[in-house]
Design a protein around this ligand. Sequence first.
Ligand code: ATP
Ligand code: MG
Length: 123
Amino acid sequence: MDKPLLEATGFRKAFDGVPALRDGQFTLQPGSVHALCGGNGAGKSTFLKILMGIHRRDGGTLLRDGKAVTFASPSEALANGISIIEQELSPVPAMTVAENIYLGREPVGAFGRIRFKEMNEKA
Ligand SMILES: Nc1ncnc2c1ncn2[C@@H]1O[C@H](COP(=O)(O)OP(=O)(O)OP(=O)(O)O)[C@@H](O)[C@H]1O
Ligand SMILES: [Mg+2]
């Protein structure tokens, strides 16, 4: 099997002493798709927010391509190829689907011009 793209183990997070997530685990292999299911308040968003650098975890380890990492901000997570699309969708209505997907990280060419053709193809 290929080396996992992402491997989370033992993720823990509490808010004001109240546990929101215990022993969160996830292994992502290249080319795979997962669904994360659970009841309201099960800790799904908390888990993803830790992956995305929105929340700081209280415990656990995260390996990106086998290297231990901690993302202190969403921009750090993005720089490592991790992005999140929130449950409460808030796309920019005046923009295309591709523009929404690449918002803030558009492929740019000479003089900082957005490469729309490349962006549309990748989307
Ligand atoms: N910022 C926060 N401050 C305090 N408690 C929080 C915070 N975020 C989440 N919680 C609590 O942590 C627990 C897990 O919440 P989380 O949002 O991760 O669940 P979820 O699985 O995404 O639920 P849903 O299906 O409703 O989206 C819940 O009890 C929730 O009330
Ligand atoms: Mg949620």
